[in-house]
Design a protein around this ligand. Structure first.
Ligand code: PEP
Ligand code: MG
Length: 325
């Protein structure tokens, strides 16, 4: 009998030859965790916490953040949740928290750089996050990490905040997993080094494409130049996946490319086994994965990496996808 997509939500995302793929949901608001459960997500692979900061004039207090994170953890009923620290700036502007006007906000004081420059805000968020870590399978994700130096500074703050909470007698998760978004070419190129210092990678293709191709992700005038299929982007992704595999750490994709059917086979062929996407995209990606053979996916990935242009890559991936849908 033909199964509907929602009936399939309970089926494992497993290829025809038995490889399991973790399908996770991306959320911006806590109540979206319910949609993740509905569509059979293994957990939340990306919780974009900046929306807590964008909805009010004053930054959220520790208590307000703790409540939001705790509710998300509770509603996932034991499933893991990857909470990303503040990623403000550039395309996610806060009228209240910003510094001055910047000529190039995407290259300016945004994301983790902003958190490191505003330790009081960063520490407040980390306190809330660490307190919530006592309630379930919480993992921390640092955005826009560009240099090892930045990663080490962020980890040092995290360590200090954890020590402070322990001294207050508060429970927190021991050995809290810490990962980075790989979303700038610098960290993709240095992925072998980063892999030694973090527990997991999550590839942010939205920013990775923007910074690799020097194309503003929000600028319609150059939208035709913005492509996940560009061979330079594919090479960087391949390199990151390889570096993670060599070190034995998980490497997921949480940018939009991770939920696009056109790229699923390519990513599986590279060795990606975790995809995180808006929950409503999960059923179709699951259905596609259940029809893929890994040997075929590996061939497609290898072939794509030999091509010269985004157009050629799209043509190849379309021809591989057509028989499957
Ligand atoms: C990305 O850059 O791919 C990503 C997932 O993060 P955001 O879209 O929030 O920048
Ligand atoms: Mg990003």
């Amino acid at each position: 009998r033909y199964r509907t997509l929602s009936e399939e939500a309970g089926l494992p995302a497993v290829t025809l030859d038995g490889a399991e793929v973790g399908l996770w949901g991306n959320i911006e608001f806590v109540d979206e965790a319910a949609a993740c459960l509905k569509w059979g997500a293994a957990g939340v692979g990306l919780y974009r916490t900046e929306f807590l900061y964008l909805r009010s004039i004053a930054p959220p207090t520790e208590e307000e953040q703790f409540e939001a994170y705790a509710e998300a953890v509770r509603s996932l009923q034991g499933r893991p949740i990857v909470i990303r620290t503040l990623d403000l700036g550039a395309d996610k502007l806060s009228p209240h928290l910003g510094g001055g006007v910047e000529a190039n906000p995407a290259l300016g004081l945004r994301s983790l750089r902003f958190s490191l420059r505003r330790p009081e805000l960063f520490r407040t968020q980390l306190r809330a996050l660490l307190r919530a870590s006592a309630l379930g399978d919480v993992r921390v994700l640092l955005p826009l990490v560009t240099t090892l130096d930045e990663l080490r500074r962020a980890r040092a703050v995290l360590g200090e905040v954890a020590a402070e909470l322990r001294a207050e007698g508060r429970p927190l998760r021991e050995a809290l997993p810490v990962g980075i978004m790989v979303e700038v070419p610098a960290s993709a190129l240095m992925a072998d080094r980063f892999a030694k210092e973090v527990d997991f990678f999550s590839i942010g293709t939205n920013d990775l494409i923007q910074y690799t191709l020097a194309v503003d992700r929000t600028n319609e005038t150059v939208a035709d130049l913005y492509s996940a299929a560009d061979p330079a982007v594919l090479r960087l992704i391949a390199r990151v996946v390889e570096a993670a595999a060599a070190r034995g750490i998980p490497c997921g994709v949480c940018g939009s490319m991770g939920g696009e059917l056109l790229y699923t086979t390519f990513l599986l062929g590279l060795g990606v086994r975790e995809l995180s996407m808006p929950p409503h995209q999960l059923p179709e990606v699951r259905r596609l994965i259940r029809g893929v053979r890994l040997d075929r996916a590996r061939e497609v990935a290898a072939e794509a990496l030999r091509l010269d242009t985004a157009g050629e890559v799209v043509a190849l991936l379309e021809s591989a996808l057509l028989p499957m849908i």
